[in-house]
Ligand binder design. Structure first.
Ligand code: XMP
Length: 181
């Protein structure tokens, strides 16, 4: 895998350090919450992030997952209106919800998920993303906790894929351009 990566943006240790800080911020935000928090990780890109993040959150929590398709096939431009592939696996009505996603790019995915969770009666809604492309992120999609702001490059690793590959690459990096048609 290493030979497919053009350059590393964030190495694994740096990511883990930042996830630990995010965990502290999120735990402080919900410190007075008496009910359990419901995390909604968006599959599949957030799997590694959420696995590390929840172990930094000493809160009572439930998890309800959901999968949307953002990138049909080998495309590297997000779909305008992502389709639901796996329905939300648990209830959110009356619950305090934290969406967890890998990256805020065009915002189409989070806009849609936010609308769905509010329509289903979430009592409160916050969002944590590991990465944000700040020059693209739309202003109508609020995010409350951000790991890193990244350049507008297609990135892989730590859960992020290209054509469903590289999710297990421990760092976040940019693929060699000739590997992405
Ligand atoms: P949008 O554009 O809806 O994107 O904010 C959200 C989802 O698209 C995927 N995505 C990426 N995946 N490298 C990836 O591997 C990227 O640079 C990238 N940009 C967006 C990702 O699944 C995200 O949740």
């Amino acid at each position: 895998m290493d030979s497919d990566i053009d350059r590393i943006l964030y190495d694994h240790d740096r990511i883990l350090g930042r996830v630990r800080e995010l965990g502290r911020d999120i735990a402080a935000h919900y410190a007075d919450l008496e009910a359990p928090l419901t995390l909604v990780p968006i599959l599949s890109g957030s799997i590694i992030f959420v696995a590390d993040l929840i172990r930094e959150l000493p809160l009572k929590m439930r998890i309800a997952m959901l999968q949307l398709s953002s990138y049909p096939g080998t495309a590297t431009s997000p779909a305008q209106d992502p389709a639901t592939l796996i329905e939300l696996t648990g209830p959110v009505s009356g619950r305090h919800v934290l969406i967890v996603d890998d990256i805020l790019d065009t915002g189409n995915t989070l806009r849609r998920v936010r609308r769905m969770l509010l329509d289903r009666g979430a009592a409160s809604l916050r969002t944590a993303v590991l990465l944000r492309k700040p020059n693209k992120a739309p202003t109508d999609v609020p995010v409350d906790f951000v790991g890193f702001d990244v350049e507008d490059l297609f990135v892989v690793g730590y859960g992020l894929d290209y054509n469903d590959l590289y999710r297990n690459y421990p760092h976040i990096g940019v693929l060699r351009p000739e590997l992405m048609p």
